[in-house]
Ligand binder design. Structure first.
Ligand SMILES: C[S@@+](CC[C@H](N)C(=O)[O-])C[C@H]1O[C@@H](n2cnc3c(N)ncnc32)[C@H](O)[C@@H]1O
Length: 404
């Protein structure tokens, strides 16, 4: 395997943006891929996958390369050299890679692979939190699974098409997919492809949405004609799923703190042909109060640590801080306390996160159910989804019913 100079330089530049300028990996990758129109699909794959790989394995590779943050340009080359040696590339005779200690790199890799926080390349605090909350054995498997590359999963937009038709449309463009048992609207790509460039995507025939995330909206048990509040709608992955489950009938009130996210949701809703959505920015508590006891269903897709979706967002490992998790736990309980009041007697509520930490999940529900507000609710069921067991993102979702 040969390394190509302009691709590798693009990777080094991207790492500088991510690690020294605090930019998000997905944005940097998207920008990097636009750099040269002549690149073919394997060049683009090399750039994207190498950047993500090095972001994912930063701690391990930096330790092997014996470099510390803030990284200089020379440090990035040394980290890149570690990646290239471990991936089996022949090191080219470029001056930046002169003197790469191939044998030493392999030896250090063997040694460090015996220690989980290096082997899985995570900060000390994250390793301790994961082990404390899930137990050593489960965390061992879970963090390993979360370091694997995620599959690309589509959710078929049943407002516009069905699984079989979309499968045929994509197959005509050489994009082969498989159905997934127990996930009725899902298609999984057999090989990675940039599905956002397809006409099928532009026409709103599907969204990219992990299989675990596709379990949230169905759990809420919505029916056409209901009034449903999606209280933390964000850019609306689950709002759109709710709209198709409701066959565009009834009312979905999508809320978030941020207007920018609502704007993205509006664009996506238009593409999806979802017409039963109203939008509210939560500027103050009045927005919530007005809906007290009025919603048949409320979805709280709560802000969380994201410790279930590291496969998709490996830079979370480095951006997340323990203080953030402490604060987000308080926010999660506040949101549960406040937004649950929108559920009408006899109505239902789903609380979900894309975290695997019990303290953000079942423990929040336990605290809520013991509280004054929570006494009006009972837990119907919950799903604790681990990436190591499901093969998809780590998620938690609980269905509660308000007493009549
Ligand atoms: C997990 S994300 C939502 C993802 C979205 N539901 C989807 O499926 O694409 C959590 C969202 O909660 C929003 N949020 C944070 N604090 C909030 C609050 N107090 N009230 C409502 N939304 C909040 C964030 O802006 C973010 O968009």
């Amino acid at each position: 395997m040969r390394l190509h100079r302009n691709l590798v330089f693009t990777v080094i530049d991207a790492l500088d943006f991510i690690f020294n300028q605090g930019e998000y990996a997905d944005k940097v990758v998207a920008k990097a891929l636009k750099k040269d129109k002549r690149w073919g699909s394997s060049d683009r794959r090399f750039v994207a996958e190498t950047i993500y790989d090095i972001v994912r394995w930063k701690r391990l590779y930096a330790e092997i390369a014996d470099v510390k943050e803030p990284f200089s340009r020379d440090n990035f080359w040394r980290i890149f050299a570690v990646w290239a040696v471990l991936r089996g590339y022949k090191i080219p005779d470029w001056k930046q890679l002169e003197g790469t200690p191939t044998r030493r790199i392999k030896g250090r890799f063997e040694e460090l692979s015996k220690i989980r926080k290096f082997r899985e390349s995570i900060p000390d605090w994250m390793d301790e939190t994961g082990a404390k909350e899930l137990g050593e054995a489960t965390w061992d498997k879970e963090i390993a699974a979360q370091n694997e590359q995620a599959d690309v999963v589509l959710r078929v937009n049943t407002l516009k098409t069905n699984v079989k038709s979309l499968q045929n449309i994509l197959a005509e463009q050489e994009i082969r997919t498989k159905t997934l048992k127990a996930y009725p609207d899902a298609l999984i790509l057999e090989e990675r492809a940039n599905v956002f460039l397809t006409d099928a995507f532009r026409e709103g025939l599907f969204e990219v949405q992990d299989a675990s995330s596709q379990r949230v909206a169905p759990l809420l048990d919505v029916q056409p004609g209901m009034r449903v509040v999606d209280a933390c709608a964000g850019a609306g992955g689950k709002t759109l799923h709710l709209a198709s489950l409701m066959q565009n009938k009834g009312q979905i009130i999508a809320m978030d703190l941020y207007e920018s996210k609502m704007k993205q949701l509006k664009t996506r809703a238009k593409r999806n042909g979802a017409f039963n959505i109203e939008y509210r920015i939560i500027e103050n508590n009045k927005v919530i109060k007005k809906l007290h006891d009025k919603a048949d269903r409320v979805l709280i897709d709560a802000p969380c640590s994201g410790l279930g979706v590291l496969r998709r967002n490996p830079d979370t490992k480095w951006k997340l801080q323990p203080e953030f998790i402490d604060n987000i736990r308080k926010t999660q309980q506040d949101i549960l306390q406040s937004y649950s009041r929108m559920v009408r007697p006899g109505g239902k509520l789903v609380y979900a996160t894309c975290s695997v930490l019990p303290s953000e999940n079942q423990e929040q529900i336990r605290t809520f159910l013991k509280s004054e507000n929570g006494k009006n609710f009972q837990l119907e069921k919950d799903h604790k989804i681990l990436a190591s067991v499901s093969g998809f993102d780590g998620f938690y979702m609980a269905l509660l019913q308000k007493k009549s």
